[in-house]
Design a protein around this ligand. Structure first.
Ligand SMILES: Cc1cc2nc3c(=O)[nH]c(=O)nc-3n(C[C@H](O)[C@H](O)[C@H](O)COP(=O)(O)OP(=O)(O)OC[C@H]3O[C@@H](n4cnc5c(N)ncnc54)[C@H](O)[C@@H]3O)c2cc1C
Length: 358
């Protein structure tokens, strides 16, 4: 089949890779200037949320905000990621060492509410496992000062920047063609409209994330789906802390906000993330910086000498119920609403969608 894809974010790259290697002729359109990581900074044009994500693959922890369907997609994706990464041809950091939930003394109320909820929603074998101080020290010797810890044994993480670049590279090697710097202004069954004209395909995928809203000057699709996409602001901070030996993602169960730390190779730790109902992409606020870094430092005091090497803000594409949605009709497939779970669920969502397409 001749396939057109609007959007070269996480979903667009994964679809381009899977469809190209399955033998389809694939063309991808995106306003980004190229496949490489954006040059981050104030004034940078909007770019894929996939670049900004911390890359936690956390089906159980996400049950706090998601449903059993997202959990099932997450578990399946955790099984799919190793084979995908192995076929990309370049190294991508991917681990499945579990993750930790942590809480300070005095925060038991908030912590137990979350842990009880996860215990209630997670299937047997996936519920949080209580750790005593010795077990925590064994797993994460640099984590100090927390009174409570739980292990989520099946969770993982992926290096999102490496994976975004590798997916585009592998899709190109499999034959995908890219139209960089070209935004899709309108999509219809079998058609992608751009300022250059109309391109025709057997099937079109709309995976534009927050860009899937209709152009105010264009014709609004009256399908009750894309206009409802909203962006949810998220801010993250990259620390360089080569002396800190964090092995797995950790989340602090704080009464007022969630904070996580995700280690990356090269001595980096991604600290995130705010979740604000706003489409403001401007740089991280002082409040978020203070809250995120104070929480990070309270878990790992050695971070005091870490260097702040990068901050970033982006929008998670969300639908009103904060759940993912696939709308499949002849010649047009729209996937959106991956919200804060995109990396967790994309492989299974793509697998399911392509099965339904066949
Ligand atoms: C701060 C933050 C932290 C996150 N952490 C995690 C995490 O730890 N784990 C996890 O699983 N998920 C996480 N996510 C969520 C994840 O990044 C998203 O769910 C995922 O990127 C959504 O994928 P997508 O392909 O739908 O959208 P995107 O990745 O946003 O890609 C959309 C693409 O469409 C393009 N586009 C826009 N308009 C047009 C147009 N008119 N024509 C053509 N192309 C267009 C854009 O340029 C972009 O390339 C996080 C997100 C943020 C912001």
């Amino acid at each position: 089949m001749h396939i057109g894809i609007a959007g070269a974010g996480l979903l667009g790259r994964l679809l381009a890779f899977e469809l190209s290697r399955a033998g389809h002729s694939v063309e991808v359109f995106d306003p980004a200037p190229g496949p490489q990581a954006p040059v981050f900074g104030p004034g940078t044009a909007p770019y894929a949320a996939g670049w900004t994500a911390a890359g936690m693959l956390s089906p159980t922890a996400e049950l706090e905000a998601a449903d059993e369907h997202v959990f099932a997609l997450g578990l399946r994706s955790l099984d799919l990621w190793p084979a995908i990464v192995a076929d990309l041809g370049v190294p991508v950091e991917l681990h499945r060492r579990g993750s930790l939930l942590l809480a300070h003394r005095g925060d038991e109320g908030a912590a137990h509410r979350v842990v009880d909820l996860l215990q209630h929603k997670a299937p047997a074998g996936h519920a949080p496992q209580r750790l005593d101080a010795a077990a925590l020290r064994e797993l994460e010797p640099d984590v100090h000062g927390v009174a409570h810890a739980w292990l989520l044994p099946h969770e993982g993480q992926i290096h999102t920047v490496q994976a975004m670049e590798a997916l585009a590279h592998a899709a190109t090697a499999a034959g995908a063609r890219w139209h960089w710097g070209v935004a899709a202004s309108q999509l219809q069954a079998g058609e992608i409209h751009t300022p250059q004209g109309v391109s025709r395909f057997d099937c079109v995928f709309d995976v534009r994330g927050t860009g899937a809203r209709p152009d105010p000057a264009g014709v609004a699709p009256n399908d009750g789906f894309t206009p409802q996409v909203r962006g949810v602001r998220g801010e993250i901070i990259w620390l360089h802390a080569p002396g800190v030996a964090l092995q797995r993602p950790v989340r602090l169960l704080h009464p007022r906000h969630r904070v996580y730390l995700v280690p990356r190779e090269g001595g980096h730790i991604v600290v995130g993330a705010s979740e604000i109902e706003s489409e403001d992409r401007s740089p991280i606020s002082l409040r978020s910086t203070v809250e995120l870094l104070a929480a990070a430092h309270s878990i790992i005091p050695e971070l005091a000498e870490a260097r702040i090497v990068h901050t970033e803000t982006n929008l998670r594409p969300a639908l009103p119920d904060n759940l993912p949605r696939v709308d499949q009709s002849p010649g047009l497939v729209r996937i959106n609403g991956l919200f804060r779970h995109g990396w967790l669920i994309a492989p299974a969502l793509v697998e399911q969608t392509l099965k339904d397409l066949a």
